[in-house]
Design a protein around this ligand. Structure first.
Ligand code: ZN
Length: 183
């Protein structure tokens, strides 16, 4: 399908199965997304211009965290407690992942606990050290049999070296991570 769409010799009068008229697709710009360009056939890749989307940097993760805190605390009607959520606590919520799923889970967990503890009048004095049951996740490349990719040795043994080109989380590729997370 993408092969036909991007074929210069065919695309003046392209007819889609669902649209019963010719579309001059040479006048269109296509945006395609893929997790792994290595899985794209080379003839097709040569017709595309790859653009790598960088993972969120530390500052962006912080901003996302603030938005998530605002949203969740308002949902539980505990917006008065938002100032209690320090950057130190946000750092604890940041997971070693390319994305922000773990961060989102951790903030949701804290908002829910804060809501319960407030109702029971059991809010902690020190939020930074309270027992929120924050989950510290690390994204590792466990391989993918469907793509014929082996697991990274590091995924089974944290003292092992990474396999070249593995997809494990690499803090050094996140701008601002090392400076802020180890300080
Ligand atoms: Zn690895």
């Amino acid at each position: 399908m993408l092969g036909n769409l991007t074929d210069k010799t065919l695309n003046k009068k392209f007819k889609d199965v669902f649209l019963d008229f010719a579309v001059p697709i040479y006048q269109l710009i296509f945006f395609c997304t893929a997790n792994n360009t290595e899985d794209i056939e080379l003839f097709l890749l040569s017709r595309l211009t790859p653009v790598t989307i960088k993972p969120y940097n530390y500052q962006e993760r912080l901003e996302i965290a603030h938005d998530l805190i605002t949203y969740n605390f308002h949902s539980y009607k505990i917006a008065d407690l938002i100032p209690k959520f320090s950057e130190k606590l946000i750092k604890k919520c940041l997971t070693r992942e390319w994305g922000i799923r773990g961060l989102k889970d951790n903030i949701e967990r804290i908002a829910y606990k804060a809501f319960l503890w407030k109702r029971r009048k059991k809010l902690p004095a020190d939020w930074d050290t309270a027992n929120w049951a924050i989950i510290d996740k690390e994204e590792v490349d466990a391989g993918d049999p469907q793509r014929n990719r082996p697991a990274c040795p590091y995924s089974e043994d944290r003292t092992a070296q990474h396999r070249k080109g593995c997809e494990c989380f690499k803090p050094e590729l996140i701008e601002g991570w090392a400076e802020n997370m180890t300080a």
